[in-house]
Ligand binder design. Structure first.
Ligand code: F0G
Length: 454
């Protein structure tokens, strides 16, 4: 059979409240044109993020009842630790309430003015956490990874030559090297095993710990299985184990590839760093065996980690993203190619050439998607990344709009509706205008800034 079906049945439903275009025009104006300020019940198809939005399985819901809420030494923690260790055999597994808490704890250990951290592309919270402790985050993705139209099987790869240059010139200032799999801010593009290995070898050569931001590790493993020589016959679990075997530690948001609505962890091998991390954890998150999570969350992550490496699931997951990408491409909408793992990315610079970068073409497109179809995506461009720590503005390397697919939530008819909306948006694209920021906080402005159309 050619058709890949959703490998699940639906047991519980959440109604979607229908709205008209006129109502949505009003809602977005009242939200000061910031999609984060909308009430989610005023959104038809919510593709703001794939983070914490997964549908849990019957197994996960039943595991919640096994949650043991003991303050210290809960069996739920040990089940969580075992599930993580089964895939990522690090010595210390430190639970946190979500990914950025793990990043903040790691930052507190490695920070300091003048420090530099290379990554293929820092996600916005990673960047902000590093900057918060004086670290300069440097993005070293390969050139193809910065070109939405470039075809490359592993567009998330780190530029190994650039990494070596940086390791030479900043030798004393680099506390560690990070690689993000898949490369979220660069289009959800995968990183090859060869690249992970090469970055790890190089880091070790320069005496630097090598960390993985593993939020979407299973999707990355699927791409390796599909695209990299020698991996086609391997089990996803074994590919995952190999990826992490090259690392000295990881940060994780369990809200992505662990099917959990909340959670994360910091894992590492170094005893001294682990001791510092746990001290910080107790100060900011909670005791070492719950770290900001309830016992039931830990149970849910433990089950989620077993489900996420299922090949039927991963095949459906990646295919559903490819399906939308291909259909939008047929309409003429410039999409990032090849399709990434968790989201469809649209190149707004290409679609809306009339809007300059600092009038946020991606944001303009995201607002149009909401007004026309009730679809909520997110700009990943100059609105998200343009504001510098000194208050100036610089255009981002790409002006993208991301439609991130929650896991196991929407069906193919939702996808077909979305594609139809884009036919209309494409027709109107020449009339879309830019935006101006009327109020903003000093960092991570996209969450709360207010805007107005020009
Ligand atoms: N690293 C990456 C690559 C991420 O995509 C995210 C979150 C984080 C770290 C932080 O994790 O949200 O649990 O604190 N990304 C979400 C997104 C928010 O929509 O892409 P968190």
């Amino acid at each position: 059979m050619k058709t890949i079906i959703e490998p699940f049945r639906i047991k519980t439903v959440e109604p979607i409240r229908m709205t008209t275009e006129q109502e949505r025009s009003r809602f977005i104006k009242e939200a000061h044109y910031n999609l984060f300020s909308l009430k989610s019940e005023d959104v038809l198809i919510d593709l703001l993020t794939d983070s914490g939005t997964s549908a849990m399985s019957a197994e996960q819901w039943s595991a919640l009842m096994k949650g043991d809420e003991s303050y210290a030494g809960s069996p739920s923690y040990y089940r969580f630790e075992e599930a993580v260790n089964n895939l990522m055999p690090f010595k210390h597994i430190i639970p946190t309430h979500q990914g950025r808490a793990a990043e903040a704890i790691l930052s507190s250990i490695i920070g300091g003015e003048g420090k530099v951290v290379p990554n293929n592309t820092h996600f916005d919270t990673t960047r902000a956490n590093f900057e918060d402790v004086g670290i300069k985050p440097v993005d070293l993705v390969i050139p193809e990874g910065r070109d939405p139209a470039a075809d490359h099987p592993f567009k998330g790869n780190m530029d190994i030559g650039e990494l070596e240059n940086l390791l030479q010139t900043e030798a004393d200032n680099i506390p560690l090297v990070v690689i993000t799999i898949t490369n979220n801010a660069g289009g959800g593009q995968p990183v090859s095993m060869a690249n992970i290995r090469a970055a790890s070898v190089l880091s070790k050569q320069y005496g630097k710990p090598f960390f993985i931001d593993g939020c979407r590790f299973a999707e990355n493993a699927w791409f390796i299985k599909m695209r990299e020589d020698g991996y086609g016959e391997k089990l996803i679990e074994d590919i995952v184990r190999e990826m992490f075997s090259y690392a000295d530690g990881m940060t994780m948001s369990a809200k992505k590839d662990a099917f959990s609505n909340m959670g994360g962890w910091l894992a590492l091998n170094d005893d001294d760093w682990a001791e510092q991390a746990r001290a910080r954890l107790i100060l900011t998150e909670g005791f070492a065996t719950y770290g900001g999570l309830s016992g039931r969350d830990l149970e849910c992550i433990a089950v989620g980690l077993k489900e996420i490496v299922d090949e039927d699931y991963l095949q459906y997951r990646i295919r559903s993203i490819q399906y939308i990408t291909e259909k939008l491409d047929e309409i003429g909408v410039p999409v990032m190619k090849p399709a990434g793992g968790h989201a469809v990315f649209i190149d707004a610079r290409e679609l809306l050439p009339q809007i300059p970068a600092l009038q946020y073409p991606g944001h303009s497109l995201a607002v149009a998607m909401y007004v026309v179809g009730g679809i909520r995506g997110v700009e990943i461009g100059s609105f998200m990344f343009g504001l510098q720590p000194d208050g100036s503005e610089v255009a981002a390397p790409m002006e993208l709009v991301r439609m991130a697919m929650p896991r196991r939530v929407y069906t193919q008819s939702h996808a077909d509706y979305l594609i139809e909306c884009f036919e209309e948006i494409y027709r109107r694209s020449g009339d879309l205008k830019g935006y101006e920021v009327t109020w903003q906080p000093p960092s991570l402005r996209h969450f709360t800034a207010r805007l107005k159309p020009l």
